[in-house]
Design a protein around this ligand. Structure first.
Ligand code: A3P
Length: 288
């Protein structure tokens, strides 16, 4: 069932994992058991980690760097099976979609689309972002809209929910580490938001090498230009400006904007937890 927590935060739990109400057990089961192909791409992330950015890159990479016409075609070209308000829903509908197909997922590895890297032929790309910026971005995002969680409360309570793994999609630590464990699978690429910010062209090259979609020099430049924050924010293709409540998808686009939100005490407490939870993983993030 669907619960309403403090400050109006709506969620569903499946096997103890906190999820948005629109992720139903039926949709989730369909996503997990879908049969994929080697030319499929599934991009995955914890929410607010740059998934719309990655989606834009993948779409443009497959379309010679040229944006499609119309309102928000980016959104309508991505297939998010775990969500109850998008298509496809059945294997037959998936099979009818023309290749190359791009799927989206916000689930931890245990609920991966089609079974996950090493089990399914699909190519998986996970994008991760430092958790302080994720927590802040997520708070602004949920505060902005009513169609998902609809959290309408203070930052400090939100931060506690985030630390306790009680925001939608559960613990950031569990999520990121679950995918990090399978990072070496042949059909898996692990990206970091901060790397894309620092050196976008080299990360684009990694992505195009991984998926086998070669880009000509001009197409490569088009993808680079059309993937900048400034371009995406004003682009009818990439942005959601025609829909109320979607502002949070392109808010600031920076590394380190958490500093405007965390108090020194909150930051220190978080650093301590981060150190404990990430110890021995070999996974590190840049926070500025
Ligand atoms: P902020 O809220 O910090 O601005 P998601 O798409 O997974 O929901 O992630 C949203 C976050 O990615 C937002 O972070 C958004 O601004 C940022 N983002 C989207 N496109 C970007 C781009 N081209 N460059 C940098 N950041 C981008």
């Amino acid at each position: 069932g669907i619960h309403t927590g403090e400050y109006g935060y709506k969620y569903r739990t499946i096997d103890g994992l906190v999820l948005p109400p629109y992720v139903t057990p039926k949709r989730l089961a369909a996503a997990q058991s879908v049969i994929t192909r080697a030319d499929d791409i599934c991009y995955c992330s914890f929410p607010k980690s740059g998934s719309t950015w990655l989606a834009n890159v993948l779409y443009l990479m497959l379309h010679d760097g040229i944006e499609a016409e119309g309102d928000m075609p980016l959104r309508s070209n991505l297939h998010w099976m775990e969500s109850s308000w998008t298509f496809p829903r059945t294997q037959a509908e998936v099979d009818a979609m023309p290749p190359p197909r791009i799927f989206k997922s916000h689930m931890p590895h245990g609920y991966a689309l089609g079974g996950g890297p090493g089990k399914a032929p699909c190519r998986y790309i996970y994008i991760a972002r430092n958790p302080k910026d994720v927590a802040v971005s997520y708070w602004h995002f949920e505060s902005n809209q009513s169609w998902s969680g609809g959290y309408n409360g203070p930052w400090e309570h939100w931060l506690q929910l985030f630390v306790d793994g009680k925001v939608q999609r559960g613990s950031w630590f569990d999520h990121v580490l679950s995918w990090w464990q399978v990072k070496d699978a042949e059909n898996m690429l692990f990206l970091k938001y901060e790397d894309l910010k620092r050196g976008f062209p080299s990360q684009l090259r990694r992505i195009s090498n991984f998926t086998g979609h070669e880009l000509s020099g001009e197409a490569f430049e088009r993808v680079v230009n059309a993937s900048s924050f400034q371009h995406m924010k004003q682009s009818r293709f990439a942005n959601h400006q025609t829909m109320r409540g979607f502002e949070g998808f392109l808010r600031k686009g920076e590394v380190g904007s958490w500093k405007e939100q965390f108090t020194v005490a909150q930051s220190e407490a978080f650093d301590k937890l981060y150190k404990q939870r990430m110890a021995g993983s070999g996974l590190n993030f840049d926070f500025e």
